[in-house]
Design a binder for this molecule. Structure first.
Ligand code: FES
Length: 70
């Protein structure tokens, strides 16, 4: 089964230690969809840094392709 999901975020959601006291450090939750360690951010969002508005990208096997643009 395959599923295509569109994400617009290009950085993680960070839970600060006040929200998550027992961890003693910030927790970063992936919002870009590229992390291989979900739900945690693994830094893969850096691949999204130069994405352009209005362009749809597909990421697969560490490759990025433009699917459509306006
Ligand atoms: S936000 Fe997805 S890997 Fe960091």
């Amino acid at each position: 089964m395959a599923r295509e999901v569109t994400h617009h975020a290009d950085e993680p959601y960070k839970i600060d230690e006040d929200e998550f006291e027992e961890q003693g450090r910030d927790i970063a939750i992936c919002r870009c969809g590229l992390s291989s360690n979900k739900p945690h951010c693994d830094g893969s969002h850096r691949a999204c840094a130069d994405e352009e508005d209005g362009v749809v990208y597909r990421y697969k096997n560490d490759e990025r392709r433009v699917v459509s643009d306006d």
